[in-house]
Ligand binder design. Structure first.
Ligand code: CLF
Ligand code: SF4
Length: 518
């Protein structure tokens, strides 16, 4: 049985079908508060889809705009170690699992160290446009450190967007301060709106000077989260809601969460897979609670996708992440290295660089548009997925053997859409490739018809072909979406001429939590 069918088989609350849930989620509409949650808004939106003031806020934020994540980087500073709740997927020895991949302990920083690090990164990586505070605990359980850091950064680097992530418990108390500091982007992790569901995720919260457990804890948490969301959107602050998908606990319930946050004006919903391994020492890891498969996650994201777009390009990054989403340059900016660096904040150079990126991005959008027009007469109902090897910039510029991840696009006559990524171990390490190395990659890309790469060797190309996946170098160093559409056109032509037969691909056999094939 396919994993997609298994998700349908889980059933839905109140006996509703998955499609019925999808329809009810889509028709809930957007709140008028804050002007967010409008049709076409969200991570895939472009300048023509959004009011100019909203576009200005998202156009170079790599998490709020899927387009932007190919070009712009973010950095986190780990200034917020404490937390005021306990999530069953978190072990306090590690980073906050809401916004970071557990397993790597961050270097904790003072606000002063953090501000210096921001300037150091900004002078080295001109495409770094966003500073996020996302743990390793909760940003608003450490308000003094969080706001002091923002204050210092605003003084020296006024063009950098400020972003924070919170579990929401203390959010209503700090909305005014957030607005006063011009923080335009806030993420709230909302895993439930039903405290009975919440009691299975949160053993306790610490609120109003006492530890509260059970359903009462989740009731307070949920009320505070939704109140905070409403207060932020009423002030025009863009809110992304993160939800951790926990199969058997809140997977079906997240459709209700999606409706609830959409109706309160959330801009974007990011449903992330539970990362749960026994070695992380979390309650879920130790109890054997599994994370979702790639197909289960995509089916839920598809079901929620209505008037509010879903974020599908999250990399669940760590609390001290630096770089483009999917790359990790944090080791270049340890406190020791930052203190030794000669840093200077050159605003003009940063703006010049970013102007170039904008021009390139316009060229990419125009090329995609041209390619789409050439699909206008196609009526085939075929839909395929295509994997891309890229190092960023919106271009197919990575060798197959050097790819740490593949970006996955779904393409049909309706166009090409980013639907996720698959992290893989390098096929080629230190110039050597092993036969065993291809197997996990084949599993990870098993639902793809083709992989578009800058270059690939004969051996892996043959292995991919044996698994029914076409490796294509034709579009090396071309724009991604334009190439995906061009490949699809060619694919349809070959199917039409009976040169190849279209077959529905199977599921990608990957463990979604770590995005690695097993
Ligand atoms: Fe950081 Fe989060 Fe801001 Fe982005 S991350 S605080 S909104 S700047 Fe982005 Fe990382 Fe996913 Fe977070 S990819 S974990 S969604
Ligand atoms: Fe851990 Fe973050 Fe949950 Fe706090 S909010 S318990 S730091 S995952």
């Amino acid at each position: 049985m396919s994993k997609l069918l298994q998700l349908h088989d889980f059933g839905a609350p109140g006996g509703m079908s998955f499609d019925a849930l999808r329809n009810s989620a889509a028709s809930a509409g957007c709140s008028t508060k804050g002007g967010a949650g409008k049709s076409s808004c969200g991570s895939a939106a472009g300048p023509s889809d959004l009011p100019p003031d909203v576009w200005e806020k998202v156009k170079n934020h790599p998490c709020y705009s899927e387009q932007a994540h190919h070009h712009f980087a973010r950095m986190h500073v780990a200034v917020a170690p404490a937390c005021n709740i306990q999530c069953n997927y978190c072990n306090r020895k590690y980073d906050c699992a809401n916004e970071s991949r557990p397993g790597v302990v961050s270097e904790k920083l003072t606000p002063e160290q953090a501000a210096r690090k921001v300037v150091a990164v900004a002078s080295t990586i001109p495409q770094m446009t966003v500073l996020g505070i996302a743990g390793p605990g909760d940003a608003l359980a450490n308000p003094a450190k969080t706001f002091k850091t923002f204050e210092l950064v605003t003084q020296t680097a006024p063009d950098i967007k400020l972003c924070l992530s919170t579990n929401g418990l203390m959010l209503p108390d700090y909305v005014e301060q957030i607005a006063a500091m011009n923080v335009d982007h806030v993420t709230i992790t909302i895993n439930m709106i039903d405290p009975e569901v919440g009691a299975k995720i949160y053993p306790w919260i610490f609120y109003d000077h006492r530890r509260i457990t059970g359903v009462e804890a989740s009731k307070i948490l949920s009320e505070r989260q939704l109140l905070g969301l409403e207060m932020l959107t009423a002030r025009g602050i863009l809110v992304k809601v993160n939800s951790v998908m926990i199969p058997g606990i809140n997977d079906k319930h997240l459709i209700e969460v999606n409706k609830a946050v959409k109706s309160r004006g959330a801009f974007l919903h990011n449903i992330m897979p539970l990362i749960s391994e026994a070695e992380h020492g979390t309650a879920f890891g130790l109890s054997g609670q599994r994370g979702p498969t790639a197909q289960e996650l995509k089916a839920l994201q598809d079901a929620c996708e209505g008037e509010m777009n879903m974020m599908r390009h999250c990399r669940q990054c760590r609390a001290d992440a630096v770089g483009l989403l999917g790359e990790d340059r944090s080791a270049e900016f340890t406190t020791e290295k930052v203190m030794a660096m000669d840093v200077e904040y050159d605003l003009a150079a940063r703006q010049a660089y970013q102007a170039k990126v904008e021009a390139e991005r316009d060229a990419i959008a125009a090329a995609k548009q041209r390619e789409m027009q050439s699909l206008a007469d196609e009526t085939a109902s075929i839909k395929i997925q295509v994997a891309i090897a890229t190092r960023g910039g919106g271009v197919i510029n990575e060798h197959f053997g050097h790819a740490h991840e593949f970006q996955i696009y779904e393409v049909s006559t309706a166009g090409a859409k980013f639907v996720g990524h698959r992290r893989v171990d390098l096929y080629c390490e230190g110039g050597y490739a092993s036969d065993a190395g291809i197997e996990p990659i084949l599993k990870a890309l098993n639902d793809c018809t083709a992989v578009l790469v800058a270059k690939i060797g004969l051996c892996p190309k043959d292995s991919l072909a044996g698994a029914g996946i076409e490796a294509v170098e034709t579009y090396a160093f071309e724009y991604i979406e334009q190439s995906v559409i061009a490949y699809f056109k060619d694919y349809l032509a070959r199917v039409g001429k009976s040169e190849i037969r279209h077959v529905a691909r199977g599921d990608a056999d990957i463990r979604q939590g770590a995005f690695l094939a097993v």
